[in-house]
Design a protein around this ligand. Sequence first.
Ligand code: ZN
Length: 411
Amino acid sequence: MKAIKLRIYPTLEQRRQLSREFAVRRHVWNWALERRSSAYKTDKTSLNAVGLSRELTRKKASDTSLCRVSSTALNNTLWDLDAAFQNFFKKQGRYPKRKKFGAVNSVCYTLDKRKKVFRDGELLKLPKVGSLRVVWSREVPVFPNTATVSKTPDGRWFVSLQIDYTDPVAAPTTDKQIGIDLGLTCFAALSDGEKIYSPKPLKQGLRRLAHAQRATSRAQRGSSNRRKARQRVARIHRQIADQRANFLHQQSTRIVGENAVIAIEDLHVRGMMANGKLARSIGDASWGEFRRMLTYKSKWMGRDLRIVQRFERTTGVCPDCGLVGDRLPLNVRSWTCECGATHDRDVAAARMILSTARSAGIYDPGLANKPDDSGASRDNTGWDEGVKAQHISPHGRGQRVSRSQGARLCA
Ligand SMILES: [Zn+2]
């Protein structure tokens, strides 16, 4: 089970309906809590969600406000209360409390798989609310079980889709292997020659942010202009964070989906390029987040993620013949090796990362053809499963490629 959270933009009418759902949900929670407590006090009987659901149906005849909201959402409220009581009985929580006005700002719908209420990237339709405008920033691979709509205190709306996602079958079978070099001029270079650039709005956002921050520091302390300028900075920060998360999700999902083996460098040993404080801090944050996404998505999809220590020489090493040439100045984007091959600087680095991951005494081409008896790799890429396990944890010692091994490779 996992949840996928997406931004939504409900219309005015939809916002009204959702607020109504929140209010009725709170009302039903408090009513059900009362019923359970008094039933227990008066005749020591315990009322569960099933019994309460029957009572609720009878109550609907007299209370029309209950008919204006979705019945699955009401039932889910009863089950939530049940869960709260279960936690209390197991001494994992306090006795359930009444919900105060405004305390309920989410509503959970069960989606009916037989109905046309969901299509990934296209449609999400909720009872009594209708089709929602959704920002499909992430892939939803299967039909969700439930959809929980929530409103944040600052007025943004989200839907959280809960899906069963335990099957690695969702990832297509492939034997492709990829090395990734993260950088500042281009976000990532892949060993197959592809270069991924940060989206343009993100770069523009950074410029706007720098501008807004300067405006804040110029404004007088305690003035309303200063307050407005600070709100502007906060808003731009949030926009950038959202855009960055979308971008990182899209790229990491695609890379993990397309490759069986993914090699990435250990960021902690990465020598940083001098490139302005802001760009650098944003770059750092993105790389860490990107690696985190690659790690957990690799786990979901049954992929092999390997983290290699950065080899000493980053530039000028030919991935074709292994010749260590002169160091390349930062402005040189490509070079031609003595063997005649011309290399893009970043792509060559990505290829070196992949071959370093392979050369760390783990890659054994013989394994690829070995009969499958000792847990040899399922995807027949020649990686030994036994060692593989060590490589999945980002903190394990086994994954590090020693300097000497890296150097041997370059020699
Ligand atoms: Zn060469």
